[in-house]
Design a protein around this ligand. Sequence first.
Ligand SMILES: Cc1ncc(COP(=O)(O)O)c(C=O)c1O
Length: 354
Amino acid sequence: MIPISKPEIGREEIEAVKSVLESGMLAQGEEVEEFEAKFASFIGVKHAIATNSGTSALHTALASAGIRRGDEVITTAFSFFATASAILMQGARPVFVDIDPRTYNINPEKVERAITERTKAIIPVHLYGQPCEMKELMAIAEEHRLMVIEDAAQAHGAMYGGRRVGSIGDMGVFSFYSTKNIITGEGGMITTDDDEIAERARMIRNHGQRRRYVHECLGYNYRMTNIAAAIGLVQLEKLEKLNARRISNARYYSEHLKVKPPYVAPHLRHVFHQYTIRVNSRSRAKFLHHLEAHGIGYGIYYPMPLPRQPAIAARVYCPEAELASGEVVSIPVHPGLKTEDIRRVVEVVNEYEE
Ligand SMILES: Cc1ncc(COP(=O)(O)O)c(C=O)c1O
């Protein structure tokens, strides 16, 4: 079986965890601080605040931005549930906007039409590792005085206009879940240049405390452990190498697969968290069965647009997100693939006939 994802864990990560375990300082401490400093410098921002998941990073980011009940937050109809649930956690209303079918990312033209006097923020998601059209989005946000929180959970190291994602909006949010471009098991990070937002985020992550046992605001236990940070520090060193392998695997697919390759906009760097193709929705089940029968792992990201999730049930119809959810199939593109694996994937996908 060629899996859809595989953690890249080597001796260095094992040694790093061992040394944290031997130190006896397992909770948030020096390793977390070092991971934050190095991540901030890699992304090109002043502050990085580590959390225990991408979801808690999103929630903390929204809380730090002052998003609350009665506010509206615009986001894409096509993402992982956490992008929307973090908005709900603040009691705010997610307003879903359809995607550009070429990139699967939020369509800036439609964002403008979704703005009301209650709109406070936009959460663009750099889906599959491809940056959103940030120039257009930032211009809209500036005109309407909206916060921009980039959901870069799938896009560590992706670039737009010479800048890394996570440094373009007011805040960026990352996930280090075990399938991501770099991993800590579970983990997340908020990036920002804003001193006040960073300070609030640090408090909210730690039960609203600036000083011990003085709780100035509602906060949570969203702290990262030193164990996770020790893995993250090693992974961050490897990120560029791991991304380069993803990009080169994707290039091989795009040159050799008979299906239409994913569209990559010319002015950006896509880091291929996923390599996603489209098949006819009527025959997708048959195609998936073909992959399975030949030992090729796959993923459907995502089979249901966010507005239709039972926990959300928003009364909005996003036709491009609906179409995509019925047609997308992601095939293995992770850095652990060997040359023979990539050739095998190409062979199996190419021999499929509807
Ligand atoms: C786009 C997106 N946003 C948010 C998240 C949430 O991250 P986590 O799983 O680390 O909580 C994920 C991860 O699955 C994601 O893909």
